[in-house]
Design a binder for this molecule. Sequence first.
Ligand SMILES: Nc1ncnc2c1ncn2[C@@H]1O[C@H](COP(=O)(O)OP(=O)(O)O)[C@@H](O)[C@H]1O
Ligand SMILES: [Mg+2]
Length: 363
Amino acid sequence: MRIESLNLANFRCYESFSLELPAGLSVFQGPNASGKTSLLEAIMLLVTGRSPRTNWSREMIRWGTQQAQVQGVFVRRDERRDEVQVTLSLSDRAEVEKASLLNGAAPDSVAQLLQRLPVVIFEPEDLQLVKGGSSERRRFMNLALSGLRPLYLDDLLRYRRALRQRNELLKQTWRGRASGEDLAPWTAQLVRTGAQLMADREWLLQQLAPRAGLLYAELSGDAEQLELTYRPRVEAEEGGLPERMQAFYEALEETEEMDLRRGATQVGPHRDELVVRLGGQRARDFGSQGQQRTAALSLKLAQAQLLAAGREESPLVLLDDCLSELDDDRQRHVLELVGQFDQILLTTAAEPPVRAEGHVVRL
Ligand SMILES: Nc1ncnc2c1ncn2[C@@H]1O[C@H](COP(=O)(O)OP(=O)(O)O)[C@@H](O)[C@H]1O
Ligand SMILES: [Mg+2]
């Protein structure tokens, strides 16, 4: 999949901007604050419905204006075109309304876009995937799975809703304003959706771990081994969904008293961890910055490979200013690895990196 054209109106620092993009590698080069990241952010907004760098849609509307608009045309390998448009409007109450259109009509869901238009972004903040808290890695699993499994995002949203309701009822029950009976349907919903999320994450890691291991070996010249392990908060014996549900039920029963006291659910996929190890040690605690960076890169590259596997489509690859941290050898290696994909958009403040002989856009 590639993006053929991008149009911005009042998006970030762009008042009005249009761009046509060829297949293969394009390099966006310009000094700091010239709007490089904003371009990739606009593409992510089209496909994922949100910005990779902020939770506040408002930040994307050009200062002093009321409405930002982004429009792009994506072309898939079978030459089918998808036009996506996102409008962010500032309402009277300073809230932002977001409207997405896929080929002129409201998409069924965000998941529909994510699955149709596979995209992976590499950013300097990816380091947090290895260095940061477990929520960073859950977010990674969520985004990866949303693009891979048709129902994942739906399950995730239902799980979150059940969790919110259950936590609210836990507090009420503790104060004597609700009873265990009120809790039961939300617990059931939590267990159903949660068991599915855990099964999907298990599957993801089975697919991802060997790929990431190979990539790390390639990038680091076989230094130490990268291991990824899914560590669900609810351990279930090998088995299917019913076994997982059973294990989740039992775990919830065990923690119910504490849940009531704290007004929060202690176990479940909202507490999952994805453990990243290098040479047997937790990379988060023991890895050097360089090792952590390479591990994060391997995870993302593995995600891109996985998006390409099993379907006749290539993900669009966005590299935001993340090669400059790597030595020449690794830069070349990464460019070779992503070179297999149909289109790569790369931003850099420096001169285009080694051997990046692509279409250059100066900003
Ligand atoms: N909502 C906005 N309206 C106008 N300018 C903005 C807005 N948000 C950010 N900017 C400006 O856009 C510029 C470009 O940012 P960015 O895309 O991050 O540049 P780069 O990645 O090239 O360093 C910055 O100078 C920033 O201050
Ligand atoms: Mg930038």
